[in-house]
Write a protein of this length. Structure first.
Length: 142
C-alpha cells in the first residue's frame, strides 16, 4: 500500500513539475530581435498571439494571422518557423535552398528548425524531413 501511495504521489508531483506553464504575452514586449525578424520577413502588424513557454528553457511562440508559427529563444533569436504557404526564402540558408531545389524540384519548404548549433531540419510539403549540417550538407532524409 505504501508503494502505491508513493507511486501516485510521484506521478502527481511529476505532472506539477512538467505542467504547461504557458503565458500569453503582449506582442509589444517581444525582444527587439524577434520584432525585427517578424517585420523583415512577414511584414508589419501580422502577430495574432504571443505566448511565453516556461519550462527548462524560456521560449516564445508567436502565431501570425496567416497561421504561421515562429519560435524564438528568450533573446529573440528564431529557433523554428512553420508556414503552410512556405517559409520565406531569406530565412533559409542559400545552400539548403539550392539542395532542396536540386533534389526535390517541386517541393516547398514549410518548416525550418535550428535543432542545435550543428544541425538544421527542414520540412517539405511532401512530408519529407531533411537534416543538414552546419556546412549546409544534407546528412539525413526522413
Amino acid at each position: 500500500m505504501k508503494k502505491l501511495f508513493f507511486l501516485a504521489m510521484s506521478i502527481l508531483l511529476a505532472q506539477g513539475v512538467f505542467a504547461d506553464d504557458d503565458k500569453i504575452i503582449d506582442a509589444t514586449t517581444l525582444p527587439v530581435a524577434a520584432k525585427e525578424f517578424i517585420s523583415q520577413n512577414f511584414g508589419p502588424d501580422v502577430i495574432q498571439l504571443a505566448k511565453e513557454e516556461r519550462g527548462l528553457q524560456k521560449d516564445i511562440n508567436v502565431y501570425l494571422r496567416n497561421g504561421d508559427r515562429i519560435e524564438f529563444d528568450k533573446k529573440g533569436t528564431w529557433k523554428e518557423v512553420k508556414s503552410k504557404n512556405g517559409v520565406p526564402k531569406n530565412i533559409i540558408p542559400l545552400d539548403i535552398q539550392n539542395s532542396v531545389k536540386e533534389q526535390f524540384k517541386t517541393a516547398k519548404i514549410i518548416g525550418i528548425e535550428k535543432v542545435d548549433k550543428n544541425r538544421i531540419e527542414v520540412d517539405l510539403d511532401n512530408g519529407i524531413e531533411l537534416t543538414f549540417n552546419k556546412n549546409g550538407d544534407l546528412v539525413e532524409i526522413d
